[in-house]
Design a protein around this ligand. Structure first.
Ligand code: 13P
Length: 251
């Protein structure tokens, strides 16, 4: 039985003060929800401050990206140890915005993935097709390639505790949500690809979140699908009540 996980990806939003306020509201509003892992992923500048709010609570903390090197001349980048020392347990990797705007590839996602698990961080690896790819009916190939690319040379022990987020690019921030059936179809493909890599038993343990215009009103239907194990939430995570509503839909 996989435990649900709902994570808020705050993207490039919220100053430190606003981030602390939002984190406090989320902690209050999800208190009492016991069977869902809840994670907040603020910007780097707010990680320590949000950690002060969430530590000692059931709410976890994650980064939005991470470099694979331990240190060095990589202006603008953050290392695994830096995330760990701010209190992070999780890190989002390969988000489509990183792939589209910052040149991330399956190969660099894999480097980040291997560095994250080596450091003891839990990666949330994002995969998903563009609208053009969906319309050209190559969703399955694209997603299988992204999954096998991300997990390349990752040991089964590390793979088993990692998380995949299926985020169809056409559904991110557009208000267009994949229907529960459309999402489930791709989640089943992702699990099948993980089975090919690690066997059915281990693949059955890996949690696969859905992301893309999840709202309190559509979350329960998405989360009722057999291979959907929670959500990675963008816009709706910037409002505590909406985010908590989504967490409760998983609970
Ligand atoms: P939205 O929920 O705003 O569509 O964003 C989804 C997302 O990209 C989460 O990582």
């Amino acid at each position: 039985m996989r435990r649900f996980i709902v994570a808020g990806n705050w993207k490039m939003n919220k100053t430190v003060e606003d981030a602390k306020t939002l984190a406090r509201e989320v902690v209050d509003q999800v208190a009492g929800v016991e069977n869902v892992d809840v994670v907040l992923c603020p910007t780097y500048t707010s990680l320590s401050a949000v950690n002060e709010v969430v530590k000692g609570t059931s709410v976890g903390l994650g980064g939005q990206n991470m470099h694979w090197e331990a240190e060095g001349a990589y202006t603008g980048e953050i290392s695994p140890a830096m995330l760990l020392t701010t209190g992070c347990q999780y890190v989002i990797l390969g988000h489509s915005e990183r792939r589209t705007y910052f040149g991330e590839t399956d190969a660099t996602v894999n480097q980040r993935f291997r560095a994250a698990v080596a450091a003891g961080l839990t990666p949330i690896v994002c995969v998903g097709e563009t609208l053009e790819e969906r319309q050209s009916e190559v969703t399955e190939q694209v997603v299988r390639r992204q999954v096998s690319g991300a997990f390349e040379s990752v040991e089964s022990g590390d793979a088993g505790v990692s998380i995949v987020a299926y985020e169809p690019v056409w559904a991110i921030g557009t208000g267009l949500t994949a229907t529960p059936e459309q999402a489930e179809e791709v989640h089943a493909i992702i699990r099948d690809e993980l089975s090919k890599l690690y066997g059915e038993g281990l693949a059955g343990k890996i949690r696969i979140q859905y992301g893309g215009s999840v709202k309190p009103g559509n979350a329960a239907d998405l989360f009722s699908q057999p291979n959907i194990d929670g959500g990675l939430i963008g816009g709706a995570a910037l409002d505590a009540e909406s985010f908590a509503g989504i967490v409760k839909a998983a609970g």
